[in-house]
Design a binder for this molecule. Structure first.
Ligand SMILES: NC(=O)c1ccc[n+]([C@@H]2O[C@H](COP(=O)([O-])OP(=O)(O)OC[C@H]3O[C@@H](n4cnc5c(N)ncnc54)[C@H](OP(=O)(O)O)[C@@H]3O)[C@@H](O)[C@H]2O)c1
Length: 290
């Protein structure tokens, strides 16, 4: 065990709850999902459990899963022994379960898989044009009223879809959006990022390491990368990628995949690094928005 990293915590949107600035994702891969769902096997279970526990032991309290991933029960196992109130567990409902009754049933299944009485953040995984968003939001509000979820959010919604969802909510507010966002993919900065900043809607960037591409220095301009790593004593390019997201705006909480304990250990480093304006300028011009 190396030295403990001093993890930064920030309020997650308007929830009043402080989560670690770096979270953990638990989507493994399509083959793994097929094994889990069809054959009821969980390849690499021990390694996945250990990876999540390394994060928990070092201050990560934000974990993302989804009914689709087949990993809700792994999260349940990994968090045994951690005080429930200290955790922020986010899961997602699949797009085929967005009708009122179907969404409520899906939520009850996820609660069972997660072995918990409430979900901190329940997210619509993808929009579904065949179900009126008002119906989905009504079900989300019902779940909050019942105490089964604390907050709800969306994922993979473009800005007009996002605004339609916000307008469909009556009593509560949309807490967050989960989107593909990394220094290598800055599309969201054109519209969704400014909108979220204005409304204080948290962003959970998925593919924060561009699905692993940003782990090698081949994807980076070498001079910029080494200047920033040296200045902050950073050990790996992945830390720069995660710190870039977390330094962009306080409402951004990257969720790199937690499947390898060593990688989770590496990624902790980003939880205590704040890049300054000069660093951000250098990185922004090396990776202009496309
Ligand atoms: N809402 C959505 O539609 C959606 C879609 C995709 C993903 N997600 C969520 O976002 C999370 C992250 O996405 P992702 O896992 O696909 O992409 P990612 O975190 O950008 O990249 C994961 C890849 O990077 C590697 N990696 C992680 N840390 C590393 C390190 N320190 N050094 C070297 N390699 C490292 C991982 O390898 P190892 O596995 O070996 O560590 C894996 O191959 C998912 O787990 C899931 O929770 C959401």
């Amino acid at each position: 065990m190396g030295e403990k990293i001093c993890m930064e915590y920030r309020e997650f949107g308007k929830t009043g709850f402080k989560t670690s600035v770096i979270g953990m994702g638990t989507y493994y891969d399509p083959g793994w999902i097929v094994s889990a769902k069809l054959f009821r096997t969980r390849p690499n279970l021990d390694r996945h459990l250990e990876a999540i526990r390394v994060g928990l032991d070092n201050g990560i309290n934000l974990i993302d899963t989804a009914e689709l991933y087949g990993s809700e029960s792994i999260v349940a196992k990994a968090v045994k022994g951690t005080k429930r109130d200290d955790l922020f567990i986010a899961t997602k409902v699949w797009r085929s379960h967005l009708k009122y009754d179907s969404l409520i049933k899906a939520c009850r299944r996820s609660l069972k898989n997660l072995d918990t009485s409430y979900i901190d953040l329940y997210q619509v995984h993808f929009p579904n044009g065949r179900v009126p968003i008002a119906e989905t939001m009504r079900a989300m509000e019902y779940l909050v009223d019942q105490g089964l979820i604390r907050h709800f959010g969306i994922s993979n919604f473009n800005l007009p879809q996002m605004i339609a969802a916000e307008n469909a909510v009556r009593k509560y507010e949309i807490t967050s959006t989960q989107m593909n966002y990394s220094i290598a993919n800055r599309k969201l900065e054109a519209d969704i990022l400014p909108h979220c900043m204005e409304k204080n809607i948290a962003i959970l960037p998925y593919y924060p390491l561009a699905h692993g591409k940003l782990s090698g220095d081949g994807s980076w301009p070498k001079d910029v990368l080494s200047a920033i790593m040296q200045k902050h004593g950073i050990k790996k390019p992945t830390t720069v990628a995660l710190a870039w997201l977390a330094s962009r705006w306080n409402g951004i909480f990257p969720i790199p995949r937690a499947s390898n304990p060593d990688h989770v250990r590496d990624n902790l480093e980003a939880g205590s690094i704040k890049l300054d304006d000069a660093d951000m300028k250098m990185l922004d011009s090396a990776f202009p928005p496309r």
